[in-house]
Design a protein around this ligand. Sequence first.
Ligand code: NAI
Length: 479
Amino acid sequence: MANEFDVVVIGAGPGGYIAAIRAAQLGMKVACVDAWSNAKGGPAPGGTCTNVGCIPSKALLQSSEHFEHANHHFAEHGISTGPVKMDVAQMVARKDSVVKQNNDGILYLFKKNKVAFFHGAASFNRAVDGGYEISVNGAQAETLLAKQVVIATGSSARALPGVEFDEETVLSNDGALRLGAVPKKLAVIGSGVIGLEMGSVWRRLGADVTILEGLPTFLGAADQAVAKEAKKAFDKQGLKIELGAKVGEIKKTKKGKVTQVTLSYTNAKGDALELVADKLIVAIGRVPNTAGLKADAVGLQLDERGAIVVNDECKTNLPGVWAVGDVVRGPMLAHKAEEEGVAVAERIAGQHGHVDFDLIPWVIYTSPEIAWVGKTEEQLKAEGRAYKAGSFPFLANGRARALGDTTGLVKMIADAKTDEVLGVHIVGPMASELIAEACVAMAFKAASEDIARICHAHPSLSESTKEAALAVDKRTLNF
Ligand code: NAI
């Protein structure tokens, strides 16, 4: 039968499309189903990451960084420009074209790897002998027969109770990437990854940004030395972050054509305050997308958050049904989803897929960038594990001085006895790229001395990682 497959992958985000390609590479007959449409109604594979997440946000961060440089940093290089103007529509159009290149890239990869792509929403029909019947609801209705199913349906922005996303005034990550003009006053709820990245984009373009964060600690999951350094940099840039804020009523008010939003909140001291903004971004986490799957039709087990219950190998309670990425437990990160997708495809093929959940890097693409892998000092203290730590500031790195970007540091933590690297925490220029060395070193169970003895190119930012390794042994050469 034409529509009979060894593997049907539901969702073409980073978890799903990578799982489909890997399964095809391993010789299986594979289909991937995805419902995302572009503005013209055509397929837009790539999921949240490609369409309204990682990729478009990085495009806007780059544009806004250029604007900030032209306005504030060109002069120190001897470059004068005259007044610098921002064409937001052009910036957003460029972002859209970057997204399209990625959508098209995935469709090309499906062709290259002979993955059959179906544009539509997939749901379970019923279990059949040796597999599952999957309905695809798209321009054409299709029924697929799958021996194995991989669910990679991702997540959606979590709304505040009673405050729906209208994507005009109250924005999720989606609307925050599509604003037609720079808002004068922007309020953000949640100083997590999305709040900080989106707050940074619009602050650089001239918005007056206030972020209200419920927790008293800034970036509680990050090493606090790094979080403090980042907070200092954000304060200096004028990004206002109110920690320990309790948000109360949120009201939209319309005056003529202008809609504004008024937020009542109490700050950490208990003062009752009000914030009036032109736009509000709500970035308080995400919820797994399982509503449309018809999980009941086959008895697929979900937890109380609606996430699919899986074991360490991404197996669900149903034979031959797997789930990866944001729709299951663990951090909602594209690269974690990709690793799970590859591992599941390999397990289906009878191989030993492997994901090291302890070595998944985190990156926040603000300026300065924040990146880390492994344990924080706070975690090690709580575990009662003996460690030694060292750090090196970019201020003492020649390349960072030449770049004109000396904010931040690299901090390395190693086991007190064995010297094995347990965590690397970076805030500063290109942290997103620098963290890769730490991931490789830790995957090979390197000691800090190993890194300290490796020749690093000069002048490069990566010398700061080597110096941080030397700092673990209290013998930095350049600081
Ligand atoms: P998040 O979990 O990173 O941060 C949410 C923040 O909102 C937390 O600090 C939380 O304390 C706060 N919060 C929750 N409820 C609140 C309330 N009622 N009032 C005030 N503060 C409140 O979630 P975010 O930023 O929405 O991102 C969602 C997911 O997307 C994350 O899991 C993240 O990993 C992923 N993502 C990753 C990116 C990257 O890797 N660079 C970029 C963007 C998103």
